[in-house]
Design a protein around this ligand. Structure first.
Ligand code: NAP
Length: 338
């Protein structure tokens, strides 16, 4: 048996209940991970409210990522993993628990200089940012990339990756503190969308050319400024709709006049093969840079909560208070691997 967070009735944070449930058994090709830490994602809030059910056949326990140690290898596991190895993993669900079974190809080694709590901040945000920039937008050296929610989990990863790939990140955020943090991570400019028009900021920064790429998790409320901030032939990548889903107005005409590309992406419903390829490419191109001396990349941690305080952690995220990732410590008793 194991402890896990369950939502019997969709709703508010207090509906997240710590329960004793059966430990998952690793199926063919899966590895059972003993979870030391997981991390929050916006999708968790939607799932808690009953608005984002897990893909068919996946765990109905919330949680898209973990860091921990290899516990047991399921039948047919062929790769290099051994019991006790420190690993991180991308999940379709099941992270808010003491154990989770994961296809072996979705595991990555923890960079040597990171604790498991730090490493838990990597899988979902960094794989998402990497996928958006490399596979979807195909960002090139010297291009200007506008990253909305620049202090979010995905935003803090995206800013650093844009720099790693030789492009120029600029951000929006809702406070000067968040903008400062994004600038410390490498953003060349930041715009407080609550105070000023970011479209004007992008126009001034790019000398009227606009951003070559926009990473947009806001959607509705931003569409008009987004299309006006886009460079000719630019790529506007929609991967969230925190600012609403409906648009009204001349979106298509404005997009057409810029020969703009509107690209949409969701990672969780992708097939296993796609995720395997993504994890492989990320492990090759990005993961080693967390161990550079000095480190070129760092997971940005906002705060750490215990599994018992999961409701408080959800409230913290819903209030937009976090800068970087919110970590949930699942196994606090193991001091060595904190
Ligand atoms: N498509 C995918 O595959 C995929 C994968 C992972 C995440 N996502 C999406 O990526 C986004 C970021 O996720 P995360 O977990 O990194 O989030 P997070 O760390 O919780 O940060 C989200 C931040 O977005 C800003 N925000 C919220 N509502 C806003 C609004 N209406 N207008 C403007 N800004 C708003 C807030 O910062 P301010 O104070 O700056 O407003 C908030 O703190 C979410 O939309 C999530 O669903 C998508």
């Amino acid at each position: 048996m194991m402890r896990a967070v369950y939502v019997d009735v969709p709703g508010e944070p207090e509906n997240l209940l710590l329960q004793i449930v059966p430990r998952p058994q690793p199926k063919h090709g899966e590895v059972l991970i003993k979870v030391h830490a997981t991390a929050l994602n916006r999708a968790d809030i939607l799932q808690r409210r009953g608005l984002y059910p897990p893909p068919a056949g996946e765990s109905d326990i919330i949680g898209l990522e973990v860091a921990g140690t290899v516990d047991t290898l399921g039948p047919g596991v062929k790769a290099r993993w051994r019991p006790g190895d420190r690993v991180i993993a991308l999940l379709c669900g099941g992270g808010y628990a003491e154990y989770v079974a994961v296809p072996e190809e979705l595991l990555m080694p923890v960079p040597t200089n990171l604790t498991l709590c730090q490493a838990a901040a990597i899988p979902e945000a960094w794989l998402t940012a990497f996928q958006l920039l490399v596979l979807i937008a195909q960002v090139k050296e010297g291009e200007v990339v506008l990253v909305h929610a620049g202090a979010s989990g995905v935003g803090t990863a995206a800013v650093q990756l844009v720099r790693l790939f030789g492009a120029v990140p600029i951000v929006t955020a809702g406070s000067s503190e968040k903008l400062k943090m994004a600038e410390n991570l490498g953003a060349a400019a930041g715009f407080n969308y609550k105070e000023d028009s970011f479209a004007q900021g992008v126009h001034d920064f790019t000398g009227g050319k606009g951003a070559n790429v926009i990473l947009d998790c806001i959607g509705g409320t931003n569409w008009e400024q987004n299309v006006s901030s886009l460079a000719t032939d630019g790529r506007w990548v929609l991967y969230g709709t925190m600012g609403g889903r409906a648009v009204e107005g001349n979106l298509l005409g404005k997009l057409l006049s810029k020969r703009g590309h509107l690209l949409c992406s969701l990672l969780r419903p992708r097939c296993l093969q796609y995720k395997e390829d993504l994890v492989k490419a990320f492990s090759h191109r990005v993961l080693p840079h967390f161990s550079d001396q000095p480190a070129s990349l760092r997971p940005v941690i906002d705060s750490t909560f215990s599994l018992e305080d999961i409701a408080e952690a959800h409230r913290h995220m819903e209030a937009n208070r976090n800068m970087g990732k919110i970590i949930i410590k699942v196994s606090p008793q193991n001091q060595e691997t904190q």
